[in-house]
Design a protein around this ligand. Structure first.
Ligand SMILES: [Zn+2]
Length: 252
């Protein structure tokens, strides 16, 4: 699952190449009855929750959910692709560029207004994100849910993937396995405000950083905590392929 900032930066890179441009060739392997076609003019490129959404003036949206594997590349016409052609799920060509989405597990085309996206929580990548609304939504989650899982729930707040989940919990010195019910309102607010600050600080940045030395706990199992030097621990947690890293001393 990509973090909100990955999608935001992808949108930032694709936007100047696509917006306002008519598509000169289209090849999309998508489910459903809708199709983009040559001549469609790109109206917007946005990161919406976990989706990269490319809307054309005909009112259709191409939505790609990149999960762990998907990625968008932007090429010149004569440039060699850096991934095999058979992995391309969507190829959008304009006069000057070729945008290619590789290996995204979810590629859909549908009407530009989709109710499903309305279920997403406030986007933590936006500078004016309303944390009060986030906290109201968080209060509706099951009280026994572990806080690490709460942070990943995009219906409560959009943008936190597995990297920020771990980094935010470390920054706030909260144990990832605590139940939501055990976490008071000021701590909840601190967690989401920290997430918003970290995500927004990484917009437009090439290398993700949440700590002066890079990342604090993510993928640092066995290394010393950047606060107390205790060895960082890790465990498989929640959904398949998700791991949690934490400092057993700072995050009791
Ligand atoms: Zn520590």
């Amino acid at each position: 699952m990509p973090e909100g900032d990955t999608l935001f930066n992808t949108a930032l890179a694709l936007r100047p190449a696509l917006v306002g441009q008519p598509l000169t060739a289209v090849s999309v392997r998508a489910r459903g009855m809708y199709r983009l076609r040559t001549g469609d003019v790109v109206q917007s490129v946005e990161a919406v929750g976990k989706f990269l959404e490319i809307i054309v003036e005909r009112g259709l949206a191409l939505r790609t959910h990149l999960h762990m594997t998907g990625i968008w590349h932007l090429y010149d016409h004569d440039e060699r692709w850096r991934r095999p052609r058979h992995l391309a799920r969507a190829v959008l060509e304009t006069d000057h560029h070729v945008a290619v989405c590789f290996a995204a597990p979810t590629v859909e085309i549908g009407p530009a207004t989709d109710d499903r996206l309305a279920h997403l929580g406030p986007d933590l990548c936006h500078a004016d994100v309303d944390i009060d609304t986030v906290l109201t939504r968080v209060a509706t989650a099951a009280p026994t849910t572990q806080i690490a899982e709460v942070l990943l729930d995009q219906r409560l707040a959009a943008g936190i993937g597995n990297v920020y989940k771990n980094e935010v919990l470390w920054a706030c010195e909260v144990n990832p396995f605590r139940a939501l019910a055990d976490i008071d309102e000021p701590t909840r607010r601190h967690l989401y405000e920290t997430a918003a600050t970290q995500l927004q600080a990484n917009l437009g940045r090439w290398k993700r950083q949440t700590h002066p030395q890079g990342l604090a706990v993510y993928d640092r199992a066995g290394q010393g905590c950047r606060r107390c030097l205790t060895r960082i621990r890790t465990v498989e947690h929640g959904d398949i392929g998700r791991r949690t890293w934490w400092c057993p001393d700072c995050q009791r």
